[in-house]
Design a protein around this ligand. Structure first.
Ligand SMILES: Cc1cc2nc3c(=O)[nH]c(=O)nc-3n(C[C@H](O)[C@H](O)[C@H](O)COP(=O)(O)OP(=O)(O)OC[C@H]3O[C@@H](n4cnc5c(N)ncnc54)[C@H](O)[C@@H]3O)c2cc1C
Length: 436
């Protein structure tokens, strides 16, 4: 499109790791950041499910992930940024400085009150300059360095996986776990619907991971718990084995087992205890295999059916109490349109990713119409049709952004863009076009 490509691969230094913060350059991949922090017993929680992302990319998209339920999104962890504007001017921004003292106009639209929102420029009365750049998708400046808060003590992770026969029962279990999240040390819950489970079976993922995905299962949940760092595998087995013992009344894993028992799923749960990295990796691989399975089928359809076939997916969030309604809406709309679709996501946040499995270009077009319809319903439910993947130049996502904030809101975003990048050099066409 006439612009240049800027590589951050040489901005690859972890500058300093402190007690509860890390100073890091933008081109450091999350895998490298995580390894360096792990070596010091520390932890950076708001990583997206994609660990191949770079620090700069996750800040530019305000990425969120499996642990957002407990820890929030990238925005909540960024305390300082070095940003290079298109003019070459370097800004050193520390959280705490308001926008009022700068040349950047504060937009007046209201950002939906949900756990995550990656939909154009952040706005709030009295907002901080740093928040303009977080989630700005490379349109306002190039992030070269960041200071991120870290958790000083890396927790002991426990993963639990269960396939459940009825969606309503799974939603009730998720609601119970959310309600008890603090004593249970719950960090987040991921879900895969029945179509995801059939894809996993087709690809033999269940056999490789050693998990049971019975045909009757309609949904599977993968739960993560962050327990005190000193918890050993033996302690974990002890809590699980003595779940009904009064002496264990307050121990998180005993409590968890009692919750599973009340939900009637105790016998089916697979658990990876602290230190059992191989089992944890297998359970995580089940969840990660879902987008891979969908993407492989889309690529095959593109190759063998129609080259115009492309990924047709949404990334929407609603307040948790509206989630059942949203799931029913997805099912109804896909069924009415005769579309094959798989849905998975971050169920504890109310954030799901419906993905069409197109068998023709007509399915792609119909899927796009469905996504716009979903977006309008999600806005009525007080949610955001753009939760964590950003907008980019995708025409449907740009339209959803317009539906969120109206033409006037988009014009206010253009005002922010003009104040920081008046020649429209950076990422032109991302989020919105230069003119109305
Ligand atoms: C398999 C997979 C799973 C994913 N799951 C999740 C998920 O669970 N949650 C989630 O939030 N996201 C998810 N994503 C999206 C992912 O978080 C983002 O793609 C990622 O954060 C972007 O990082 P990146 O380094 O790949 O950036 P890129 O894709 O290279 O860039 C993303 C955007 O950021 C801008 N950008 C990149 N670096 C900078 C910089 N230094 N300064 C300014 N702008 C910059 C780019 O211009 C672009 O607009 C997933 C992606 C994949 C591929």
């Amino acid at each position: 499109m006439g612009e240049v490509v800027l590589s951050t691969s040489k901005l690859n230094r972890i500058v300093a790791i402190g007690t509860d913060a890390v100073r890091v350059q933008a081109g450091v991949p999350l895998t490298a950041l995580d390894a360096a922090l792990a070596a010091e017993g520390k932890y950076y929680p708001p990583a997206p499910t994609f660990m191949g992302a770079f620090v700069g990319g996750t800040i530019a998209t305000n990425a969120a992930g499996a642990a957002t339920f407990r820890h929030g999104v990238t925005r909540d962890w960024v305390t300082a940024l070095r940003v290079v504007l298109a003019s070459g001017e370097i800004l050193e921004i520390v959280r705490g400085g308001t926008l009022a003292s700068t040349r950047v106009p504060v937009p007046t639209y209201r950002v939906p009150a949900v756990a995550k929102c990656s939909a154009g420029y952040f706005a709030a009365p009295g907002m901080d300059l740093i928040d303009v750049f977080i989630g700005s998708e490379g349109t306002l400046g190039v992030i070269t360095e960041a200071t991120l808060r870290v958790v000083p003590e890396r927790p002991a992770l426990v993963l639990a996986f269960v396939a459940i026969d009825e969606v309503g029962a799974a939603l009730r279990l998720v609601a119970d776990l959310r309600r008890d999240a603090i004593p249970l040390c719950l960090s987040g819950i991921e879900h895969m619907d029945a179509r995801c489970l059939s894809l996993l079976r087709e690809d033999g993922v269940d056999r490789r991971a050693g998990v049971s995905l019975p045909d009757r299962a309609r949904i599977a949940l993968l739960m993560t718990f962050e327990l005190p760092p000193t918890l050993t595998a033996e302690d974990a087995f002890d809590q699980i084995g003595r779940a009904t013992d009064v002496a264990m009344a307050h121990s998180p894993l005993a409590r968890l087992c009692r919750t599973f028992d009340s939900a009637g799923v105790f016998d089916r749960v697979e658990i990876a205890v602290p230190g059992d990295r191989a089992r944890a990796a297998q359970l995580l691989a089940v969840r990660e295999a879902v987008p891979a399975a969908v993407n492989a089928r889309i690529a095959a359809a593109q190759r063998t059916i129609d080259p115009r076939i492309s990924k047709t997916a949404a990334d929407m969030i609603v307040p948790f109490d509206r989630l059942g309604e949203l799931m029913a809406l997805y099912d109804r709309e896909f069924r009415a349109r005769g579309l094959d679709a798989a849905i998975w996501g971050h169920i504890s946040d109310g954030n799901l990713h419906p993905n069409v499995l197109p068998r023709s270009f007509a399915d792609v077009e119909s899927g796009r119409e469905a996504i716009l319809a979903f977006g309008r319903s999600v806005l009525r439910m007080g949610g955001s049709p753009l939760a964590e993947h950003g907008v980019g130049r995708n025409s449907i996502k740009r339209q959803l952004l317009r539906e969120m904030y109206g033409d006037d809101g988009i014009e206010e975003m253009r005002g922010v863009k003009r104040a920081l990048d008046p020649d429209w050099k950076l990422a032109p066409g991302v989020l919105f076009t230069p003119t109305r």
